[in-house]
Design a protein around this ligand. Structure first.
Ligand code: ADP
Length: 255
């Protein structure tokens, strides 16, 4: 695999307190930089702007009003990019921020523009860092979650693999936080109604999508020929291990 999209969720980037997990962010960026050094093209789809914004403002929970949420996303996006830019630079890499909305993926001419811009970044050797443009996107033009966004990005640039890092090892037979007997599933060859059902529950407190949006992402990725893996963002070297063919997390093989 040569062109890899890595999506990292809020639950991986932030502590339970809502503050950023700088240790983990540092490890993630170092691992991406190291894979870039090995000649792989890396793309990061990062959530966490709202958590970063809340932390910066000293708030502990999301406001209800949409403009306030958007404002916090705008503040947090800058905070997050500042950290990413600093760490990537420290590890000798160049990044470029790309903020997308649904318009960029459904309208054909814009779709081409986003694709070309991402490919240009890659050909310059840069690491695109992507998020939804939450400061301006309202519901009608929103993809809504970064799992689906990352699958669209992976499809858009014909990635070889999409790795979704979450706060859990992969897809379990039931939600492990409520069902202690739940078992990790190593491979999902096909999205069946049973698979959709076991992914049904809500996600963690800070995350948004839970497993449901990850299954939607798998559907998009698999049918576009992109293999997707869900793995734990707290497992050190997870990305490297997956690319080396180790059995980590849940694999959704491309058809
Ligand atoms: P992220 O912020 O990484 O996108 P989420 O919190 O949105 O993560 O989703 C991961 C959470 O989904 C898990 O921590 C778990 O609580 C919940 N979940 C629900 N059903 C399942 C399942 N069948 N297998 C694994 N996790 C599940």
């Amino acid at each position: 695999a040569k062109r890899i999209v890595v999506k990292v969720g809020t639950s991986t980037l932030a502590h339970e307190t809502g503050k950023l997990d700088l240790y983990r962010i540092d490890h993630l960026i170092r691992e991406l930089a190291d894979l870039r050094n090995q000649g792989k093209e890396m793309v990061l789809v990062s959530s966490g702007a709202i958590a970063a914004g809340l932390g910066k403002l000293g708030l502990s929970k999301k406001p209800d009003s949409i403009p306030e949420k958007q404002a916090i996303a705008a503040i947090g996006q800058g905070v997050l990019m500042h950290i990413y830019e600093k760490l990537f630079a420290e590890y000798g890499q160049t990044m470029g921020q790309v903020l997308l909305t649904k318009e960029n993926s459904v309208r054909h001419h814009q779709y081409i523009h986003s694709r070309n811009s991402l490919l240009a970044l890659l050909s310059m050797g840069a690491i695109p860092v992507i998020n939804e443009n939450d400061a301006v996107a309202v519901d009608e033009i929103k993809i809504g979650d970064n799992d689906n966004l990352s699958a669209m990005v992976a499809t858009l640039i014909d990635a070889d693999a999409l790795i979704i890092l979450s706060d859990i090892e992969g897809l379990y037979t039931a939600n492990p936080s409520t069902n202690p007997d739940a078992k990790l599933i190593y491979e999902i060859p096909e999205i069946t109604p049973e698979v959709e059902q076991i992914a049904g529950g809500a996600g963690s407190r800070l995350g948004t999508g839970g497993m449901m949006t990850k299954i939607q992402a798998a559907q998009i990725a698999m049918s576009a020929g992109v293999t997707m893996v869900i793995a734990s963002g707290s497992r050190e070297g997870a990305i490297r291990g997956i690319l080396a063919g180790e059995q980590i997390g849940t694999v959704f093989p491309a058809r």
